[in-house]
Design a protein around this ligand. Structure first.
Ligand SMILES: [Zn+2]
Length: 242
């Protein structure tokens, strides 16, 4: 009997181990904008053991887009506001994502690359720092306001990224006047007048799924349980092949 019990326990252990999914390895790309590192990393750690993270700062992080380094992570999380990129770096960057490395882009990563329109195509958005003409339309410099309480509306609680979520409140920074690509799937909106109405969306770039979340300036958002849930579900969703 004892032997049988041990045998069953062994079988159970093997089964559980083989069914336990491999963690999703995220690469957080930073640089070009300061942030509260400790609180931000606490948010990343709060995503649980099924998501592991490493942080790479630009410009050194450009190496991670090279073919030889792409199998070191599963999902790119952008939290950078980097501006300079060479032709070779841009080719590797875009190819890495179009080839299948998915992206969750947060907050000021919408403001990166003032002079590289392909980045705006990758994430489907752009905060303009200067008057810019894009796809035949003229944009004026965008504006921002810090430390506002405002409501975030969940467009579709059945979308995998926002599943199980209700409208919620954040204390965060708003951006107004940024470009949002036609045809993106809207995830989140707000009626806060100092913000562009669409503040979260999904799209595809090549083979990859992309999620963009405008929120995420500071610790109150890093600690917001709704934002944490959103980030986790965004990472899980982009990581799924279809
Ligand atoms: Zn900010």
């Amino acid at each position: 009997m004892k032997k049988l019990v041990s045998f069953l326990i062994l079988i159970l252990t093997v089964t559980i181990t083989s069914f336990a999914a491999k963690p999703i390895r995220i690469l957080v790309v930073t640089g070009g904008h300061g942030y509260k590192t400790e609180e931000f990393n606490q948010m990343l750690a709060s995503l649980g053991p099924a998501i592991t993270y490493q942080v790479a700062e630009l410009p050194g992080a450009y190496d991670m887009f090279l073919p030889g380094n792409r199998d070191k992570y599963d999902v790119l999380v952008f939290y950078h506001m980097w501006q300079t990129i060479t032709y070779e770096q841009a080719m590797a960057f875009a190819e890495c994502i179009s080839g299948g490395k998915p992206v969750v882009a947060l907050h000021h990563s919408i403001c990166a690359y003032d002079d590289w329109p392909e980045y705006w195509n990758i994430i489907g958005g752009k905060y303009f720092h200067k008057p810019t003409t894009f796809k035949g339309k003229e944009y004026q410099p965008c504006s921002y306001i810090h430390d506002l309480h405002f409501n975030v509306k969940v467009v579709d609680p059945k979308n995998p990224v926002t599943k199980g979520m209700k409208d919620f409140e954040v204390f965060d920074e708003t951006y107004k006047g940024y470009y949002v690509e036609d045809g993106v799937t809207q995830l989140l909106t707000t009626d806060e007048p100092s913000s562009t109405p669409v503040i979260g969306w999904t799209k595809k770039y090549g083979k990859s799924k992309i999620v963009v979340l405008q929120s995420g300036h500071d610790a109150p958002t890093f600690e917001n349980p709704d934002f944490r849930k959103l980030l986790k579900q965004a990472i899980e969703w982009v990581n799924k092949a279809k």
